[in-house]
Design a protein around this ligand. Structure first.
Ligand code: CAA
Length: 261
């Protein structure tokens, strides 16, 4: 694996890439260089045929404590506008393969937004989420104001955006923002996310990517458009070998051997 300055990329399984944010002294604050490395590593995994799913995590203490405040502090409007500040973050949302966030500790500001850009979030019991930008005289800038509304509803998202209050793993789970809170124990949440990635890797990768595409379309389309889009993608899967194999294996009472074709 290529080595980076602010992230660690590993391969806990031949089909799974694990990216660990690694700027411990700054609680994984998302400086520009870190985000470029993250984009590069995830895009490389996304275009590697051997990889089926990706896991993103931080440390026990912090998934990520937000955009780097020290790096942002002296920026002027003209800089941030002309240089499209944070626009490159959205590359994460354009990945085709599933990206699972394993969140322990602080996921604040850009850290919460980064988790929300992932496809599935698993939280450790000590995870603390929040959009504290209001305390810095700004608002979320990495998609938080939009994705949080979709994830937990307007009233809660408004309260959290305007007060900056942190919320717990349990609250995030009760509100449907995270899939579930994983058991106690250091590293448990990452193990669970890797197991989920391995499970996804046993499926037809064409169907997995199609599934991600249609679920995400629910954020963009009306119900009628979304249902039509789903049906068309569903119809399209009948052109794949994996559909023939999956259904034949069921009828023959054996395990499917998908070839991702
Ligand atoms: N940017 C830069 N450095 C950060 C940082 C951040 N977002 N968060 C923490 N750090 C640094 C601290 O400055 C400190 O560094 P020094 O030792 O050099 O002083 C180190 O990480 C450890 O932090 P603390 O000493 O503050 O640790 P703590 O345990 O007392 O507190 C914390 C932890 C509650 C997470 C606190 O660090 C904190 O409030 N961090 C900022 C959270 C925040 O406001 N995030 C939003 C950023 S804005 C944003 O993200 C915009 C956007 O929408 C994209």
């Amino acid at each position: 694996q290529k080595s980076y300055e602010h992230i660690i990329v590993s391969r806990p399984d031949p089909s799974v890439v694990l990216v660990t944010l690694n700027r411990p002294k700054a609680l994984n604050a998302l400086c520009r260089a870190l985000f470029y490395e993250l984009n590069e590593a995830l895009q490389e995994a996304d275009s590697d045929d051997a990889i089926s799913a990706m896991v993103l995590t931080g440390s026990e203490r912090a998934f990520a404590a937000g955009a780097d405040i020290k790096e942002m502090k002296d920026k002027q409007y003209a800089d941030v506008y002309k240089n499209r500040f944070l626009e490159h973050w959205t590359a994460i949302a354009n990945l085709r393969k599933p990206l699972i966030a394993a969140v322990s500790g602080y996921a604040l500001g850009g850290g919460c937004e980064l988790a929300l850009m992932c496809d599935i979030i698993l939280a450790a019991p000590n995870a603390k989420f929040g959009q504290p930008e209001i305390n810095l005289g700004v608002i979320p800038g990495g998609g938080g104001s939009q994705r949080l509304v979709h994830a937990i509803g307007k009233s809660r998202a408004m309260e959290l955006t305007l007060t900056g209050r942190q919320f717990t793993a349990q609250e995030a789970s009760d509100w449907g923002m995270v899939s579930r809170v994983v058991g106690e124990g250091e590293g448990e949440v990452v193990k669970e996310a890797i197991n989920m990635a391995k499970e996804i890797a046993t499926k037809s990768q064409i169907a997995v990517q199609a599934g991600k595409e249609v679920v995400n379309a629910a954020y963009e389309l009306t119900l009628q458009e979304g249902l039509r889009f789903e049906r068309r993608i569903f119809h399209g899967l009948f052109a794949t070998n994996d559909q023939k194999e999956g259904m034949t294996a069921f009828v023959e009472k054996r395990k499917a051997n998908f070839t991702h074709s």
